[in-house]
Write a protein that binds this ligand. Structure first.
Ligand code: PEP
Ligand code: MG
Length: 550
């Protein structure tokens, strides 16, 4: 339970991130849109106003999402996607229009429908879902603003850095804030999965949520925020301040030391105490990232997402265009291994010029290897480009979304055709280039023994393997906690796959997000996983963890 400022000089809450900060509190005053005077309009006119507000809000959400993606994080940007989903939800729009009777205004309808929806979310047991009531409240404000015909005026912020205090920030508020001067957040309500918490994580600054209401008289008050302790000390005396500063200096020194230690691991092999070596690879999208990964301590690249280049182009790249880019990427590796994953288009990675058919369930649709095998010319352009680039370093080839041995053999056949063609043309390539597949469908995991006979390596795509094993859309944030709580089925599939490929003398890596989950490193070491491929910022943390493993 949060303590109250009346009973002591500090309040407590749930700390987000670690770290200590000192600064003045600034209360964020959420300005309610002015209550419109009741004007009697024709019901049809009210309906038009509501429809227009829905459309305008939808396009504003799109802008907010893009801005968040560019400036903050994907996780936060997803919130605006949830808002857009709610706006498009038939239940929601029906509730809005049903609330619009002959005697109500569009504003009345928005208020009553959003109240009902927010109450429904608030009563849910799952803390993530109940926190989504805040999304509905945010949507309501946005709709009311649109109906009022004006965006909320920007709130004056202090000139110096400050600790932001608010009842709970809505996503659109978090995005429009000038974040350069915010030292930390304190919210009266909120949970570890509320937007303020997500924002604080994205910004890497300390926050305290769920502290209970603070009186407005504390606006401007000097305070000390200790996220690890979950404590906000108000108007500290000289002795408290001195002790706080002392411990902050010590913590900063420890953090710097840890950073120095991590950097000292850059060239140290990741070997567990019992002697199992794991290669720490990086997931990258292009040559720049590949170079940064190598400089940042990667033993190699375990996943080059080749579709990213296709996504940046407005036409299907030619073999020559691909080759130039691939060769540059391979050369950036300075001889370290790089795993090229072939085109993984479709589902969440739609490429307009491929003119893929519209699908009811794109994640279960015509994607990745299915598309490549159906469009052999497109696939062969890529295979030839990868083969040619393989002459300049250590390249492995990996096929995504495999469900059967037949697919693997078809890919092999096309690869052999490409090799024969290049040979005839006198173009160099690495004839011994390793060939592997991603295990990201339950079918592949179940058939791992047969598949292991066809390839040199497996790489586990835990993002998709989780999605398909748990039947939980990876794009749907409502399902995040379900996935978090049910990792065991996925881990067992990984275990089986490791046994199968090791039995055939091959190797196995993990390149989905789970590879960076330090709670699982020991388990992966026990499975004798050979390689973990993670985003560049996680490279050294994972290396450190492997070295600590039994
Ligand atoms: C995965 O599915 O885990 C994976 C690494 O591939 P992507 O995230 O690109 O689908
Ligand atoms: Mg995948």
């Amino acid at each position: 339970m949060p303590s109250t400022p009346q009973s002591s000089r500090f309040v407590t809450g749930i700390g987000i991130n670690t770290g200590k900060i000192a600064g003045r509190l600034h209360f964020f005053h959420s300005e309610q849109p002015p209550k419109p005077a009741k004007v009697h309009r024709h019901p049809r006119e009210e309906r038009c106003r509501l429809e227009l507000a829905l459309r305008e809000t939808a396009s504003r959400l799109k802008l907010l999402r893009e801005r968040t993606l560019a400036e903050l994080s994907e996780e936060l940007a997803e919130i605006f996607e949830i808002h857009a989903m709610v706006l498009e939800d038939e239940d929601f729009t029906e509730a809005l229009f049903e609330a619009l009777t002959a005697n109500t205004t569009a504003e009345d309808a928005v208020i009553s429908a959003t109240d009902r929806f927010a109450a429904r979310f608030r009563s849910m047991d799952d803390p993530y879902l109940s926190a989504r009531a805040n999304d509905i409240a945010d949507l309501r404000e946005q709709l009311l603003e649109q109906l009022a015909g004006a965006e909320k005026p920007a709130v004056a912020e202090p000139q110096e850095s400050y600790i932001l205090v608010a009842p709970d920030l809505t996503p659109s508020q978090t995005v429009t804030l000038d974040k350069s001067r915010i030292l930390g957040f304190v919210t009266f309500g909120g949970t570890p999965s509320s937007h303020t918490a997500i924002l604080a994580r994205a910004m890497g600054i300390p926050a305290l949520v769920g502290v209970g209401e603070l009186p407005a008289s504390m606006d401007g008050c000097f305070a000390l925020l200790d996220a690890a302790e979950g404590r906000l000390t108000l108007s500290p005396d000289a002795e408290t301040l001195r002790a706080f500063e002392q411990s902050r200096r010590e913590e900063n020194e420890l953090a710097r030391e840890h950073d120095r230690y991590l950097r000292s691991l850059i060239n140290k092999p990741a070997v567990t105490r019992s002697g199992h070596r794991m290669l720490i690879y990086a997931n990258v999208g292009d040559s720049g990232e590949a170079a940064a990964a190598c400089a940042g301590g990667a033993d190699g690249v375990g996943l080059l997402r080749t579709e990213l280049l296709y996504l940046t182009m407005d036409h299907a790249p030619t073999e020559e265009e691909l080759y130039v880019s691939y060769r540059k990427t391979v050369e950036a590796m300075n001889g370290k291994r790089i795993v090229f994953r072939t085109l993984d288009a479709g589902a969440d990675k739609q490429i307009p010029y491929l003119n893929l058919p519209r699908e009811e369930n794109p994640a279960l649709g015509f994607r990745a290897v299915r598309l490549c095998l159906a469009r052999e010319e497109l696939f062969k352009e890529q295979l030839r480009a990868i083969l040619r680039a393989s002459a300049y370093g250590t390249v492995s080839l990996m096929i995504p979304m495999i469900v059967s041995v037949e697919e693997v053999r078809n890919c092999r056949r096309l690869l052999e055709e490409c090799k024969a063609e290049l040979q005839k043309e006198g173009k160099a390539f690495d004839n011994g280039m390793e060939f592997g597949i991603m295990i990201e469908t339950p079918a592949a995991a179940v058939m791992c023994r047969e598949l292991a006979e066809e390839v040199n390596f497996f790489s586990i795509g835990t993002n998709d393997l989780t999605q398909y094993t748990l039947a939980a859309d990876r794009q749907n944030p409502y399902l995040a906690s379900l996935c978090e709580r049910n990792r065991e089925p996925v881990l067992r599939l990984i275990e089986e796959s490791a046994r199968a490929i090791h039995g055939r003398g091959g190797w196995i890596g993990i390149c989905g997000e789970m590879a960076a989950d330090l709670r699982l490193t020991q388990r992966f070491a026990d499975m004798r996983i050979d390689e973990l491929s993670v985003s560049v910022p996680y490279l050294l943390g994972v290396r450190e963890k492997v070295i600590e493993c039994k």
